[in-house]
Design a protein around this ligand. Structure first.
Ligand code: PLP
Length: 405
């Protein structure tokens, strides 16, 4: 049996939506993107959403709009995909990495300690679809002594008067905390619509705006749309209409717009989100039911009364093993046709960040989580038979590699 790690969900509805776009005579940013922005905004309960071509570009644009640049700091977890920090560096600012807690999300006590007068934003990550502790983060950024530290340099910074809270919600479309969507708990939530994500556009991202007063999110979304198209004041569809040639160009633009042909994939998927989530939850629950009897299996958080996961990943941790045994288990399963993964290699272990002086010794929880973590396949198309095959092989691998020593 061959089991891929995370194939996209492509059914007849997805194909029909894409074909509809191809046959429409307009394939880049246009009506499908507009529909996706509207439907995502309704779905995550934010005031306005702007589609872009990746999470990375969307986060970079949002941070740049806020005026984050050289000399500024943005706090991120060490345990995440590299893009979280790269978006900060793409603005010219410095990512300040902090460690994680046992549930793999950012340690908010360490966030508070890392705040300086250079801190302009916090960028926590909903790893695997489990929301961060937003209540604590909101409390921290609202504390008078933290607000007093904040040095505003640009108009948006003056208007906000405090640290910006942007969630890396690359994994967490549809996840909830305190009964509310994540986009309602932060200033800006950025989603990824990359090929392996719960809802995909092949490549894509969505900037979900929930800026407080005096910001006008509708106006801000219009500005970000212009900035996502090289700063061009007229979108390509309007400009292509007979007689509609004239436009101006504003400073600060990037070429990061999402094409309609990509938006079509995500639109069809989003319309069946409930079904897709239920199937993901089925996979999560079947893994948990089988593994909960083994005390070596540290299971990832599912949902409880306080939060709803989007079940993006199944990051299993195995008690008592080291990196070498973890790697052997991955190889054992790969030899039997099962693709697993590791989420994540902490950023300080990667050359880009190591060369900048980040030291893994400063992030013991991230290192420990990484060393005994194996991410099992999790997607709606996974059948119960496939799940059982994965479990049988995982148990056999554990017996052969760990118990035999
Ligand atoms: C936590 C996290 N943040 C950011 C990203 C970057 O997303 P994108 O590929 O859409 O730029 C990813 C993608 O894998 C991710 O997992």
């Amino acid at each position: 049996m061959k089991i891929p790690f995370s194939p996209p969900f492509i059914d007849k509805d997805v194909i029909n939506e894409v074909v509809d776009t191809l046959e429409s005579g307009w394939i880049t940013t246009g009506p499908k993107v507009a529909a996706l922005e509207r439907e995502v905004a309704e779905f995550v309960h934010c005031s306005a959403a702007v589609a872009v071509n990746s999470w990375t570009s969307g986060a970079t644009l949002a941070l740049r709009w806020f005026g984050i640049g050289e000399g500024d700091e943005v706090i991120v977890p060490a345990y995440t995909y590299c893009a979280t920090a790269i978006a900060v560096m793409d603005c010219g600012a410095t990512p300040i990495m902090v460690d994680i807690t046992k549930n793999l999300t950012i340690d908010t006590a360490q966030v508070e300690k890392a705040i300086t007068e250079r801190t302009k934003a916090i960028l926590p990550v909903d790893i695997g679809g489990v929301p961060c502790d937003y209540q604590s983060l909101r409390t921290i950024i609202s504390k008078p002594e933290i607000r007093n530290l904040f040095l505003a340099k640009t108009q948006p910074q003056l208007d906000l008067g405090r640290i910006l809270l942007v969630s890396d919600s690359a994994h967490s479309i549809g996840a909830k905390s305190e009964g509310r969507n994540i986009a309602e708990l932060v200033d800006i939530a950025v989603l990824s619509l990359h090929a392996v994500k719960n809802i995909t556009a092949a490549e894509g991202g969505m900037i979900c705006l929930n800026m407080p007063k005096p910001f006008n999110n509708a106006e801000l979304s219009a500005l970000l749309k212009i900035l996502s198209l090289n700063g061009q004041t007229k979108d390509a569809l309007t400009k292509s209409q007979a007689g509609g040639w004239r436009y101006d160009v504003m400073p600060g633009g990037m070429k990061i717009n999402m094409p309609d042909v990509n938006a079509a994939i995500a639109l069809a998927q989003l319309r069946k989100y409930d079904y897709l989530l239920a199937e993901r939850q089925r996979v999560h629950n079947r893994y948990c039911a089988a593994l909960s009897k083994y005390d070596w299996a540290m299971l990832p958080a599912g949902s409880d009364a306080s939060f709803q996961s989007s079940y993006h990943l199944f990051p299993l941790r195995i008690k008592g093993i080291g990196e070498e045994q973890r790697n052997e288990i991955i190889s054992y399963m790969a030899e039997r046709g099962i693709a697993t993964n590791v989420h994540y290699i902490p950023m300080p272990l990667l050359t880009l960040f190591r060369n900048k002086g980040y030291d893994i010794a400063d992030y013991p929880q991230s290192l420990a989580a990484y060393q005994h973590e194996i991410t099992l396949p999790l997607y709606p198309q996974l059948t119960d038979e496939q799940i059982d095959f994965i479990l049988d092989n995982l148990l056999a691998a554990y017996k052969a590699i760990v118990l035999s020593e």
